[in-house]
Design a protein around this ligand. Structure first.
Ligand SMILES: C[S@@+](CC[C@H](N)C(=O)[O-])C[C@H]1O[C@@H](n2cnc3c(N)ncnc32)[C@H](O)[C@@H]1O
Length: 286
């Protein structure tokens, strides 16, 4: 298929289905996705304890329906990076906002890092009760806790009711707050709410790391899958129908917001050109 045909087909599909996450709530789609997952579960024992396929599809791992298992499992290197940068120790208190079905939590539950295990505390926050239920049933309560946020989102939680959420942690009690592909679904009010809450709960010197769509470092999909052609306040969205389906901001907005909240320093690490990485990193230190 030529690049142009694929671009038109992708654009056409996204017009019909502006948010794949919404589709995963459909009963027939769920059945289809979970049936399609059965053969690999039978063949590969390591895949048997993964969350159901419709939950993995909902969090968009590699945007793949049939072969997303390795994309779900490949987050170990993220923690090695955080350890090597000194953002965490194995005894840290960590918050993962928009934790989904535990893609970033599972290495801390299952793996050793240089012969030591994670002994800290991990708090996952999400608006999706089905994801939270799966996580609560599959992670030990001693180290992992999962809580519901009441934020509304047309893309992820059509029943949510608020734009503000208080993270259930004391001021200055957390070492590291991160999110993967959460800011890419947040409009300005919710985004500011989480950044302010992050600042409040972080210990002085603690770090925040959040992946994002940054307009100054356009994703490789810009011009095809992503155009961010509609403005809502400071955000640029893909579709006004489901604005939270994909949201981008400028580097200046991110840095100014972090500065106004009080972070000591902040920077954007842009996507590496010519890779299949599409999100930048918004990093800040309290
Ligand atoms: C693209 S998925 C990423 C999930 C996970 N971070 C990962 O990388 O596997 C986005 C997640 O953010 C959650 N989410 C969306 N809006 C949210 C909000 N306002 N507050 C908390 N979670 C939210 C969704 O329910 C979903 O689980």
């Amino acid at each position: 298929m030529s690049k142009n045909t694929s671009k038109h087909l992708d654009g056409f599909l996204r017009k019909i289905v502006p948010s794949v996450s919404l589709l995963t709530h459909n009963f027939f789609f769920k059945c289809f996705a979970n049936m399609a997952d059965l053969p690999t579960k039978i063949i590969v024992p390591e895949f048997r304890n993964l969350p159901p396929n419709h939950l993995r599809i909902r969090i968009g791992v590699g945007n793949r329906i049939f072969s997303n298992q390795m994309r779900y499992l490949n987050t170990y290197s993220f923690w090695m990076y955080c350890l090597s940068e000194g953002y965490i120790t194995l005894n840290s208190s960590i918050i993962d906002i928009g934790c989904g079905c535990g893609r970033y939590a599972h290495p801390l539950r299952d793996y050793e890092f240089k012969q030591s295990r994670f002994t800290g505390r991990y708090l996952g926050v999400d608006i999706d009760q089905e994801q939270l239920k799966w996580c609560s049933e599959n992670f030990d309560a001693q180290r992992f806790r999962f809580v519901h946020s009441t934020h509304a989102s047309k893309s992820y939680n059509t029943t949510g009711s608020s734009q503000s959420m208080t993270l259930p942690k004391e001021d200055q009690s957390v070492d590291f707050v991160f999110s993967s592909s959460l800011l890419t679904h947040l409009l300005e009010t919710e985004l500011r709410n989480y950044l302010q809450e992050t600042f409040r709960v972080l210990k002085p010197g603690g770090h925040m790391l959040m992946t994002c769509f940054c307009l100054d470092y356009p994703p490789a999909t810009m011009g095809s899958r992503h155009t961010f052609s509609h403005a809502i306040g400071n955000s640029r969205v893909e579709t006004l129908e489901v604005p939270e389906a994909a949201v981008a901001y400028t580097e200046a907005f991110f840095l100014e917001t972090a500065k106004n909240i009080g972070f000591k320093s902040a920077r954007i690490i842009g996507v590496v050109p010519n890779t299949d990485e599409i999100q930048s990193i918004f990093l800040a230190e309290k």
